[in-house]
Ligand binder design. Structure first.
Ligand code: NAP
Length: 286
């Protein structure tokens, strides 16, 4: 496969993905709304330039509004005869609307949200959750495999739905763990013994150990996946699940916790900072 790739959105993930694609031998140019200099990756001054010189446009932007703004700016001139791969996390209904818009403008659309974060993007071990036509996925296979393991879930919507299902688990599992860890600490239970027992039980999830260090040290500055994006995804899951008749009352509390985190200034911190909203500082009595 011979194509040139324009990566749109040089945030945490877009930068790591662009860098790994470059290291894997692909010709990559980046573009960011607010211009950013990235070592080893040439950048285009505007979207028209990027589209003129690259057949494949890979979107990794915050949300649906960002996707729509990029596509509207690209317009027909920037979309016709291009392939648009979208790895931004958005709702199934939003992805379907974008697919229709791209098709109307004469381009091909592949929904490709990713499971995994910066380390997986850096090492090319993301899980790509694909929704779109089989023939397009086959054509893009070598490129997709450069970033990780592709799984074709079905038509557009299905990859986006799977991604929200996974991210609901990220939020719920992390919040559930934070509550239990909080009680263990406040009751003076030995955390090492608690963790050792948890690891041997059917209740264990590897993500608990991944986030334990952050929670014990109250250190959340180094974000792979920022809390503000988890809140976006829990809201998207809630809307999508409600529209399918699924009761999402359990997520109301999680949304409050994440909103509290935003108000407390943790929006750009790692999502495990939800621990601070759950295990609140206790007032000291003098
Ligand atoms: P990020 O660091 O916050 O970067 C967001 C990017 O979107 C920036 O390049 C930003 O450009 C761009 N953007 C925002 N609004 C825009 C607009 N209206 N027009 C054009 N560009 C716009 O986010 P990230 O962590 O890389 O995540 C990107 C997407 O991947 C999100 O949908 C997120 O949920 C998803 N995701 C993230 C992870 C992760 O671990 N971080 C993992 C899987 C999926 P500016 O710099 O100009 O604002």
């Amino acid at each position: 496969m011979n194509t040139t790739i324009g990566v749109i959105g040089l945030g945490l993930m877009g930068t790591a993905m662009a860098r790994h694609l470059t290291q894997s031998g692909w010709a990559v140019t980046g573009y960011n709304r607010h211009p950013r200099e990235i070592e080893d990756i040439p950048t285009a001054a505007n979207l028209a330039d990027l589209a003129e010189h690259n057949e494949t446009l890979w979107l990794m932007v915050s949300d649906y509004t960002a996707c729509r703004e990029v596509i509207d700016q690209l317009g027909e001139a920037g979309i016709r005869d291009h392939v648009v791969i979208n790895s931004s996390t958005i709702a199934p209904s939003e992805s379907a609307e974008i697919a229709q818009r791209i098709e109307t403008l004469g381009g091909d659309y592949l929904e490709a949200p990713v499971l995994g974060s910066i380390p997986q993007a850096q090492s090319g071990t993301l899980q790509l959750l694909l929704g779109g036509p089989e023939a397009l996925i086959e054509r893009l296979d070598p490129l997709l495999r450069s970033l990780g393991t592709p799984t074709h879930f079905g038509a557009v919507r299905s990859g986006a739905a799977a991604k929200l299902a996974f991210n609901q688990l990220i939020g719920s599992l992390t919040a559930a763990f934070a509550m239990s860890l909080g009680l263990v600490q406040r009751e003076g239970v030995d955390v090492d013994k608690f963790m050792a027992t948890l690891r041997e039980s059917a209740l264990y999830a590897p993500t608990f150990d991944k986030k334990l260090g952050n929670m014990l040290a109250h250190s959340f500055d180094k974000a792979n996946f920022p809390l503000k994006h988890l809140l976006k995804d829990i809201r998207l899951f809630t809307q999508s699940a409600c529209s399918q008749g699924i009761d999402t009352h359990l997520l109301i509390g999680l949304q409050h916790v994440l909103e509290d985190g935003i108000y407390a200034g943790h929006g750009n911190h790692d999502y495990s900072s939800l621990f601070e909203s759950i295990v609140r500082e206790q007032a000291t009595t003098h």
